[in-house]
Design a protein around this ligand. Structure first.
Ligand SMILES: [Fe+2]
Ligand SMILES: [Fe+2]
Length: 300
């Protein structure tokens, strides 16, 4: 059986190519994130204290933005996790993580500034919550490098879809917010492409890598799931902000199972073949649940 604990040195050339293509695509990105904030709405909190009546977003959209912000704020812990996982591994992974952190670093501050300037957030509550979430930190149960790559691919795609889907609903209330969310989705799509292709490279090198990848897909949970009221938040967002289990299946799981060519992989190890079969069963089960939910909605 192949060794899962280290990144296979034979993948170095391909990973360097992926990193270069990321740099190429990210080169023209303008990091002037302040352009996305409606500064004209800013007022001094000492002169005009915050009041609930100043909120302009519907509660579900607010919850969706706050939830995204409280996920992005744990970047220090995500970085720690990636650093530990790839310690002593290929240099290119260290380089990519540095670039990735520098790009992710601006996401939480953009969302937070937006919520505070537009007075949708109670600044005292939001700051308190932010501290609480960062203090909780982040752990994940996937120790192997290829698992972390698979996890991050799923997470980046889910985040990209989330921003784009919420933007579709948000634009009816606030065009600036929709533009801002679509901008964030662009960063996430580049991160997603790197990790997605890195996993694909593993599977092309040796189809037995499906064993650790299958486990991740079947045990995936969003990185923000430890924040207060996560389940309630996701329920509201699923019902009113365009990102729930159906979107997760159709726009994330289904897309990756297809892209990684899981149906056509032929691992040599029986354990890996069993993992591949169980991943497909998991996919088909989510598909049936999604179809049932869609039928129920269209029949109402
Ligand atoms: Fe992000
Ligand atoms: Fe990202």
């Amino acid at each position: 059986m192949i060794e899962f604990n280290n990144v296979d040195a034979r993948l170095e050339g391909r990973l360097i190519e992926l990193y270069k293509s990321h740099q190429e695509r990210a080169k023209n990105i303008d990091w002037s994130y302040h352009d996305f904030i409606p500064w004209g709405q800013a007022r001094c909190f000492k002169e005009t204290p915050w009041h609930e009546s100043q909120r302009t977003l519907p509660p579900a959209i607010y919850t969706a933005i706050e939830t995204a912000l409280l996920t992005e704020v744990n970047l220090p812990w995500f970085t720690t996790h990636l650093n530990v996982t790839f310690k002593g591994s290929l240099e290119v992974l260290k380089d990519f993580i540095h670039t990735w952190v520098s790009e992710e670093d601006q996401h939480s501050s953009l969302l937070e500034t937006y919520l505070i300037v537009t007075r949708n957030a109670n600044p005292h509550e939001l700051r308190k919550l932010r501290k609480q979430v960062v203090e909780l930190g982040y752990e994940n149960e996937f120790p192997e490098p290829v698992q972390v790559m698979a996890y991050t691919a799923i997470q980046e795609l889910a985040t990209m879809v989330y921003y784009n889907n919420v933007a579709k609903v948000a634009q009816n209330y606030d065009r600036d917010l929709a533009t801002l969310l679509r901008r964030l989705a662009k960063d996430e799509s580049l991160h997603y492409a790197f990790y997605r292709d890195a996993v694909k490279a593993h599977l092309e090198l040796d189809a037995n890598y499906i064993l650790p990848v299958s486990y991740v897909l079947q045990h995936f949970g969003m990185p923000g799931r430890d924040m207060p009221n996560f389940e309630e938040r996701m329920k509201v967002i699923g019902q009113e902000a365009n990102y729930g289990p159906e979107q997760y299946f159709l726009q994330v799981v289904d897309v990756l199972v297809e892209f990684w060519g899981v149906r056509n992989l032929t691992p040599s190890h029986p354990e890996a073949e069993a993992a591949r079969t169980s991943m497909l069963k998991h996919h088909d089960r989510l598909k049936r649940i999604t179809e049932r939910a869609t039928r129920k909605k269209t029949n109402v």
